[in-house]
Ligand binder design. Structure first.
Ligand SMILES: Nc1ncnc2c1ncn2[C@@H]1O[C@H](COP(=O)(O)OP(=O)(O)OP(=O)(O)O)[C@@H](O)[C@H]1O
Ligand SMILES: [Mg+2]
Length: 391
């Protein structure tokens, strides 16, 4: 799915912005503080109902206002007139109203499936340098979008571990009750672990192929390792049995998918400790691009990339290579930079599906395309579908 239309109300310094006929590649340029990142925040609000910086939703709402809203139309490539309208409103106290195709929905998962988003920004370094939680979130994003049975098991697992930890914390627990939750935890945790492992196996070759293009000097020294969160020789049930006395002593569950992690290693050392900032950014791009590639190869549609300040940390050649990879994937991209030329000079020349937007003091103005066209007319198989916008 890709976004063909976007309306933003009261998101940071964007009081009201309306964008029609969004292209496959949408570049937002402008001076510091003009509102470029805020446009990406608004798209993230629309696709995920929250900020991409992990900040509270309150920080998204324009100062002095009580709510922010993003509305958009998501269309599948080649499906004329088949767009799905999405709308998200968040209030200062955290309240959320989400609508998909005009009907209210309770679960964010319903929203997320219509506009799968991948973010590449300064916080993405967390994937290498941050806590395992960020890497589990990364992994689960991928599993969720390619394996529809994953969500149910993941939710079951979350419920079980919460209940089991609650019992363990209370100390005086009923052994029988603990056994019931342990049994359910073993089943759902094993399923979550299996889905993650299967996904990871498919992800690794894509990741390696992309990084080989971006950072050929790393060669065979690059390795991606998955830790499932318990001894890999044992089933999760056995691992839980082995840790039960430690769990009771310390009041929480020691082993399981909640401890899973992915490690990126270069010649056996952590990439976060070895690579330069620019190299780290390229590895992060590799991780994110590999997920998008896998998703579309599996017929699950293309995801939309939000790339904040692409040129930072990257030299021209590497910016060009990342742009070439993004362009070759055919995914929709929203990308920010300070000067128009920052992207115009590195995006593949032959790509005509690009629209430029100038951002100034919270106002967004589309530049006319060279030759007088706003943009190339969408092809039948293009994610940009004019008839669905106008209907
Ligand atoms: N809740 C808010 N209400 C109103 N304005 C805000 C709010 N939060 C941030 N701003 C302001 O919005 C402006 C735009 O911020 P944004 O991060 O989008 O800028 P930017 O164009 O990405 O800049 P840079 O090039 O420095 O990254 C900034 O001046 C910021 O101070
Ligand atoms: Mg910014």
């Amino acid at each position: 799915m890709s976004l063909t239309r976007l309306q933003i109300n009261r998101v940071r310094n964007l009081k009201q912005v309306k964008l029609q006929d969004l292209a496959r590649v949408n570049v937002f340029f402008g001076r510091n503080g003009s509102g470029k990142t805020s446009v990406l925040e608004a798209i993230h609000l629309l696709g995920m109902a929250r900020s991409f910086r992990g900040n509270s939703v309150k920080s998204l709402i324009t100062h002095g206002e009580t709510s922010c809203v993003a509305f958009g139309m998501a269309s599948a490539p080649g499906q004329a007139g088949a767009g799905v309208s999405l709308g998200v409103q968040r209030g200062a106290a955290g309240e959320a109203a989400i609508k998909v195709a005009g009907s209210p929905v309770k679960s964010v998962a319903r929203l997320v499936e219509h506009l799968p988003l991948q973010v590449i920004n300064a916080d993405s370094f967390e994937l290498l340098t941050g806590s395992p939680g960020a890497r589990r979130q990364y992994l689960d994003w991928g599993v969720f979008h390619v394996e529809h049975r994953f969500l149910e098991q993941w939710q079951r697992f979350q419920r079980c571990i919460k209940q089991r930890n609650k019992l363990l914390r209370h100390g005086k627990m009923q052994q029988q009750e603990l056994a019931v939750w342990t049994r359910d935890l073993a089943t759902s945790g094993a399923a979550v672990g299996e889905y993650r492992k299967a996904y990871f196996r498919q992800l690794v070759p894509r990741f390696k192929e992309i990084v080989a293009q971006l950072l050929p000097s790393l060669g065979d020294g690059l390795e991606l390792r998955y830790h499932q969160g318990w001894d890999r020789q044992a089933s999760y049930e056995i691992a839980l049995q082995g840790s039960v006395s430690a769990d009771i002593d310390q009041g929480y569950t020691h082993v399981g998918p909640q401890r899973a992690d992915i490690r990126v290693l270069i010649d056996g050392r952590l990439a976060a400790e070895t690579l330069s900032r620019g190299q780290q950014k390229l590895v992060v791009c590799g991780l994110k691009l590999a997920q998008g590639q896998l998703m579309s190869e599996q017929g699950k549609g293309a995801c939309t990339y939000l790339v904040d300040d692409l040129p930072s940390e990257l030299d021209l050649e590497h910016s060009r290579q990342v742009c070439e990879l993004l362009a070759s994937m055919g995914a929709q991209v929203f990308i920010t930079c300070v000067d128009q030329a920052d992207i115009a000079s590195v995006w593949p020349e032959e790509d005509s599906g690009i629209a430029m937007f100038h951002v100034e003091h919270g106002a967004v103005t589309r530049l006319p395309q060279p030759g007088g066209l706003l943009m190339d007319p969408p092809r039948q198989d293009s994610p940009i579908n004019r008839s669905s916008i106008e209907s």
